[in-house]
Unconditional design. Structure first.
Length: 156
């Protein structure tokens, strides 16, 4: 069984080689793009973990309860997530005020005294992730009435 050589088979083999080259090039481009994406994710993950560990240590140093650094990193990412979007906006202030209400809706809703540890923990998160927004956050939450209202961890 010998191969028949001629103009038609040379044309087909050149076309086949071209298809193989194109397929290999497409695979290499896809691998390069995937590698770049994974590299960016790992770099962002490392930055998120470093900031989360720093926030975790600061919370513990302040005597506050602190979740695992991995949980903090997953929640806040490398940029602070929701905490840093605009901590001084009226919507955020309204969310804080709603979060520290008695939980009723309509005319039964009543404000309560905010726990100062909750506000301090949020301030530490803002100071860690977006320190330029800390002053605005403190100004917005500075008018809230605060106290020691959360149960200590041992009394749960």
């Amino acid at each position: 069984m010998s191969e028949v050589e001629g103009p038609e088979t040379e044309h087909l083999s050149a076309r086949g080689r071209r298809l193989v080259y194109l397929a290999v090039a497409a695979v290499l481009v896809a691998v390069a793009v995937a590698g770049t994406i994974v590299f960016e994710q790992i770099r962002d993950d490392d930055a998120a973990t470093a900031k989360a560990e720093r926030l975790h240590a600061r919370l513990l140093a302040a005597g506050l309860a602190a979740p695992d650094p991995r949980v903090i990193a997953d929640s806040l990412g490398a940029d602070g997530g929701l905490v840093c979007q605009d901590p001084s906006s009226p919507l955020v202030k309204a969310r804080y005020q709603a979060a520290i209400s008695n939980g009723a809706t309509g005319p039964g809703a009543r404000p309560v005294i905010a726990d100062r540890d909750l506000l301090a923990a949020t301030a530490l998160a803002i100071e860690t992730y977006c320190p330029d927004r800390l002053a605005a956050y403190l100004e917005e939450t500075g008018t809230l009435r605060t106290g020691d209202t959360l149960k200590p961890r041992g009394n749960q």
